[in-house]
Design a protein around this ligand. Structure first.
Ligand SMILES: Nc1nc2c(ncn2[C@@H]2O[C@H](COP(=O)(O)OP(=O)(O)O)[C@@H](O)[C@H]2O)c(=O)[nH]1
Ligand SMILES: [Mg+2]
Ligand SMILES: [Zn+2]
Length: 307
């Protein structure tokens, strides 16, 4: 190995210590992480070396990230979902029935990671229930961007393309909402690309890993596996607002600077809920996340506590 082999590569797919990376010269190769403690994900810029003796590319360092999206994994540990994203596109549809608490937790994670968030209401050929429609209106009233589209008919896709252009975005959301359909509609040849990316890795299902794709005209789009639930990594959540945009706006008007917006007197957040200008369901969502946050802080060893 010599230092001339050293080049910055982009992680297109990552799983279990392996990554399909795109080298500086544009070729995609499979690389194995040299250290078990290296945590990398789709979108990471990494240093790779070719190990001629083993005929194997090695991934041995990760370049500093401009953003990092984390979740809590099944063992309760923070896990990197994607790196260097600009935008998180949370996809929902009339079918399957949206779980808006999951949507809220994605938005909270995006907000806390400094990403812009976009609600993508797909399957515009179907109708949302009146209850969900009211909640969607509450999201936009709270300043959340909402785009309606239809992967099937193509409606709304021109506006969506323009919105995603020159950005790196990730499609997330429940299984079956149409993430992969949207990807296919926006990235010609995406299916073939996924097959190519997972080549030599037959055990992998295209539906179980995130894949980064170039958008025609600039930017990139990451498709992600469908989820039933999503928990942000609580240690990366903004402790004051838990990533709730309404709370961030209202909190400066609370009487106490450290108001948790639960029982405190003169709380601007509770006042907004009482008068109907903040969605009661969003507030309930905030309270659930707050409880989770408290539980985690109580359990966390001191060194891991943040704020
Ligand atoms: N009616 C309707 N069905 C759609 C639309 N987009 C995707 N679907 C269907 O929804 C199902 C799930 O789509 P898929 O892209 O696999 O969802 P994912 O799990 O989020 O990746 C498939 O049967 C798609 O054909 C749409 O705009 N309208
Ligand atoms: Mg999919
Ligand atoms: Zn308050």
């Amino acid at each position: 190995m010599n230092s001339a082999d050293r080049s910055l590569a982009l992680v297109l797919v990552s799983h279990g210590g392996m990554a399909r990376v795109r080298l500086a010269d544009g070729t995609a190769v499979l690389a194995r992480a040299t250290g078990r403690e290296l945590q990398f994900a789709c979108g990471d810029q990494v240093h790779c070396n070719y190990d001629a003796r083993h005929d194997q590319w090695q991934l041995d360092a990760i370049a500093p990230r401009r953003s990092a999206l984390y979740r809590t994994n099944a063992r309760g540990r923070p896990e990197l979902v994607a790196a260097n994203l600009d935008c998180l596109a949370v996809v929902l549809a009339p079918l399957p029935e949206p779980d808006l608490f999951v949507v809220d937790r994605y938005l909270a994670a995006a907000h806390s990671a400094g990403l812009t968030a976009l609600l993508l209401a797909n399957k515009a050929d179907l109708e949302f229930s009146p209850g969900v429609r009211a909640e969607l209106a509450a999201y936009t009233a709270a300043g959340c961007e909402l785009l309606s589209c239809c992967a099937q008919s193509g409606a709304g896709l021109t506006a969506l393309k323009a919105r995603l252009q020159n950005q790196r975005s990730m499609l997330v959301g429940q299984s079956g909402v149409g993430k992969s359909s949207l990807l296919r509609a926006l990235v010609p040849g995406a299916d073939a690309a996924v097959g190519e990316l997972l080549k030599g890795d037959e055990g992998r299902h295209t539906t179980s890993v995130s894949c980064l794709h170039d958008l025609p005209g600039g930017g990139a789009l990451i498709d992600s596996p469908g989820v039933r639930d999503f928990a942000p990594a609580l240690e990366y959540l903004d402790a004051r607002t838990l990533g709730f945009a309404e709370v961030a706006l209202l909190a400066p008007r609370c009487r106490f600077a450290d108001c948790a917006h639960l029982q405190e007197p003169d709380c601007a957040v509770r006042a907004a809920v009482d008068e109907g200008s903040m969605s009661a369901r969003r507030y309930e969502s905030y309270r659930r996340l707050y409880r989770l946050h408290q539980q985690l802080r109580a359990r966390a060893p001191r060194g891991r506590r943040k704020s």
